[in-house]
Write a protein that binds this ligand. Sequence first.
Ligand code: C2E
Ligand code: MG
Ligand code: MG
Ligand code: MG
Length: 292
Amino acid sequence: YQAKEGGGSVAAYDPARDAASTDQLALLAELREALATDDQLVLALQPAVDLATGAPTGVEALIRWRHPRRGWLGPHDFIRPVENSEQLGTFTRYVLDKALGVAAGWAREGLDVPISVNLSARSLLDPKLPVEIADALRRHQVPPHRLVLEITETVVMSELEVIDEVLATVRAMGVQLAVDDFGTGFSSLTFLTRIAVDELKVDRSFVIRMADSPEAAAIVRTTVGLAQELGLRVVAEGVETAEQRSVLAELGCTAAQGYHFFKPMPADKIGAVLGTLLDEARPNVFPLRADG
Ligand code: C2E
Ligand code: MG
Ligand code: MG
Ligand code: MG
């Protein structure tokens, strides 16, 4: 256990770390099976709503793993190892395919709502990604503007050229881009000068703190102003209370997502929810009650 102190070149043996990596290898083997059998990985869907009208502005797809032995796993339990494995490409295509399948179903029901998919930074390093996205859109007959790709700013630090090229190609196809967790990265503002995007998602950490932190409130207000100035949509994430909702409205934010509105829900529930939201948001041309 003291090998490090002496020589410096020999790594100390750490049984805990060894066990952890063995477990990750097992998990990745199980993921390979899950991707092949197609009955374990499911998307949870969470609408974002317009704060003025209540209309759905989009729906985010969030991956869940119904593991046969480990139970329900969330992204934090497996995304990191997947990102560092050669299965990332397969995983990314799988999620895109599932999400576009869901969006195709909405189109058949006349629901015109875009679907947002989270992309791992590393998947943007694959120059084949734009073609794969184009193929998937064609297969599901979903128009490109109904797909929003959520990317995080930390993506952006390394290997800029490949990523810029992939993102520019995808956006030129008509696919929309959103900056996820906006404000938490290191280079967000520079990023906005390099890559044209359509939406900023205000990170939950600012939403949580804005009621009692003037700094957090200022960041939210500034992000909203920046979005307006650049002609982008802005969505606050992680809204859990009515108070946060009204503070956001005061700060000029137009759309929000979070448990206060909806928790992520199964695919078989989302269609009905969207139908109701769209109906309720529709302007009442002939009000049923004149005093309402
Ligand atoms: P994110 O994209 O920022 O997603 C928002 C996360 O906040 C989701 O957690 C969502 O369930 C959760 N959330 C939504 N509303 C509330 C709220 O009001 N309160 C709280 N406390 N949480 C809320 P989830 O599903 O565990 O996802 C975590 C992260 O995993 C995501 O962060 C995203 O970065 C990543 N992720 C999710 N699905 C995928 C995927 O299919 N592919 C990749 N590459 N990453 C994914
Ligand atoms: Mg997201
Ligand atoms: Mg986010
Ligand atoms: Mg977040």
